[in-house]
Design a protein around this ligand. Structure first.
Ligand code: SF4
Length: 223
């Protein structure tokens, strides 16, 4: 299949029209709370969001960052205090440790500033490719990055764009086939699409705006 046959232009346009007015996840939302909307907020929110629903992430991030919005303020908290603020996010005990460690590393090695360099971000313990890419895109508004979460991995596979086993492979393949002009919109559109229509189990294929372009339309367990 060549790039034209993937129908990127039509698919992105239809998804934009369908999802325009839907709320963004907290890590990507520019209107979240301007007083604390910094790369540090994006980084910490993203760590909180792993295996956690958006609404829970948003509340936890707000509880923690409204008052403790810098690495210096975070390291003054005990792990138990962080746990109380972020509960009930998934793995809140592990995440409180990770957040404290990252804050300490930022102070010790980066002058308390989140680095705007993906390779430096990946050196922070607990930061993987998805989080690092998200910080570059939504924390620093940089182009040229493709954050891949479970939705961004699953949907291009369903559409038939790629055939990959994990998000790292998906990122590599998409970098080759998806023209860069779509990269800025890719993550937030596909996350919203995956949360609302192309669900992991029983997707709503019958009301999917891009059904005609999908290789998997008519999935056995679709609605
Ligand atoms: S047709 Fe179904 S599986 Fe395909 S993109 Fe739409 S919702 Fe997802």
């Amino acid at each position: 299949m060549n790039k034209k046959q993937f129908n990127f232009e039509e698919i992105f346009q239809l998804l934009k029209e369908e999802l325009e007015d839907k709320k963004l996840p907290v890590v990507a939302d520019p209107d979240w709370d301007r007083t604390i909307n910094t790369p540090f907020k994006t980084l910490i929110s993203c760590i909180l969001s792993l295996r956690t629903k958006d609404m829970v992430t948003e509340k936890a991030a707000y509880n923690l960052l409204k008052k403790y919005n810098t690495p210096e303020k975070i390291i003054k908290l005990s792990e138990e205090q962080i746990q109380d603020l972020i509960y009930p996010v998934g793995f809140y005990k592990v995440k409180s440790k990770t957040i404290k460690n990252i804050s300490k590393t930022l102070i010790d090695k980066y002058g308390s500033v989140v680095p705007d360099d993906i390779n430096e971000l990946l050196k922070l313990k607990g930061v993987g490719r998805k989080t690092a890419n998200i910080v570059m895109v939504y924390g620093f508004n940089k182009t040229g990055f493709l954050p891949i979460d479970t939705h961004c991995h699953r949907i291009p596979n369903r559409l038939g764009w790629i055939k990959t086993k994990n998000p790292v492979e998906t990122e590599q393949k998409l970098r080759k086939i998806l023209p860069q002009k779509y990269w800025d919109d890719f993550n937030h559109l596909f996350v919203k699409f995956g949360q609302i229509i192309c669900l992991p189990v029983s997707p709503y294929c019958s009301r999917c705006p891009i059904e005609e372009y999908c290789k998997k339309n008519g999935l056995k367990n679709s609605r």
